[in-house]
Design a binder for this molecule. Structure first.
Ligand SMILES: Nc1ncnc2c1ncn2[C@@H]1O[C@H](COP(=O)(O)OP(=O)(O)OP(=O)(O)O)[C@@H](O)[C@H]1O
Length: 262
């Protein structure tokens, strides 16, 4: 076997993840007292405390403008959190090289943006930055993993549907061999079949040890795939529940949000 794993699956199974047990459970990412105040003095996140368990899917839900994307974006430093507020494997992420962090903590957005060139060019992009050229077989394996057939290899990115482009964006992120995936409403622009394909891939990734944090407006989607759900209201986490316990939420705003969303 060469340096790059023979299959993506084997690779994902082989993550060497350090232990960090908090309250008896393994924590991949820990957020401690995270606050975000904008220049105008508006507070978007207020003293957020959260543990994202390793190898699980965390769903983040809440009303529009409650700070969900802002929270997600702190986790790979798309904005700079204060030191001592976000930890991965017990290490303060502000002390990690930012490009290295973003390889380990990949992100997908609501609308995928592909670079110019073919699907294969897009998938090769990340490893190429590190001077590594993925072999054709490796690109095909990533395509298969993201549920795209081999005919996509040479297609220009500009000719894909949004659902196909989202799967290419996922394959491109996986080419960086991430340990964590951050997903900001990744299926909100997709039809139900593309949505299901992405959800299946996410569950497959989880079973291979990836830690996933996903913002979604779909309570049903969260119930389908998340293990733990955090409810964000007005920049504060008001409840953290298992997805089966969602209907037991107690916070009045959270209850109202859930009633209107279901
Ligand atoms: N860079 C910024 N400049 C100005 N305002 C911002 C910035 N980032 C976030 N905000 C404001 O912070 C608040 C939270 O935004 P955020 O996008 O995190 O909410 P959200 O819960 O993800 O919303 P939605 O569900 O609508 O996507 C909003 O009021 C938004 O306008």
């Amino acid at each position: 076997m060469d340096n790059f794993q023979d299959t993506v699956q084997e690779h994902l199974l082989s993550f060497n993840v350090p232990e960090n047990r908090v309250n008896g459970s393994e924590t991949k990412i820990e957020v401690k007292g995270l606050t975000r105040t904008l220049d105008k003095g508006v507070t978007v996140l207020q003293n957020v405390n959260l543990e994202i368990p390793r190898g699980k899917i965390l769903g983040i839900i809440g009303p529009s403008g409650s700070g969900k994307s802002t929270l997600l974006r702190a986790l790979n430093r798309l904005w700079e959190p204060s030191s001592g507020t976000v930890f991965m494997d017990g290490k303060d992420i502000t002390g990690v090289d930012v490009l290295e962090l973003r390889r380990k903590v990949g992100m997908l957005f609501q609308l995928p943006v592909l670079f110019e060139g073919t699907v294969a060019d897009n998938i090769r992009y990340g490893p190429q930055l590190k001077g590594k050229k993925l072999r054709d077989e490796e690109v095909y394996k990533l395509l298969t993993f993201a549920d795209l057939d081999s005919s996509f290899f040479n297609k220009p990115g500009s000719e894909l549907s949004v659902g196909q482009a989202q799967r290419v964006a996922l394959a491109r992120t996986l080419a960086n061999e991430p340990e964590v995936l951050l997903l900001d409403e990744p299926t909100s622009a997709l039809d139900p079949i593309s949505t299901q394909n992405i959800e299946d891939v996410l569950l497959k990734l989880k079973s291979r040890g990836l830690t996933i944090a996903m913002v979604s407006h779909s309570i049903k989607q969260i119930q389908r795939i998340a293990d733990v759900v955090c409810l964000l209201v007005g920049g504060e986490i008001v409840e953290v529940l298992s997805s089966e316990q969602l209907s037991d939420a107690k916070h009045p705003m959270a209850r109202r949000f859930l009633e209107l969303s279901s």
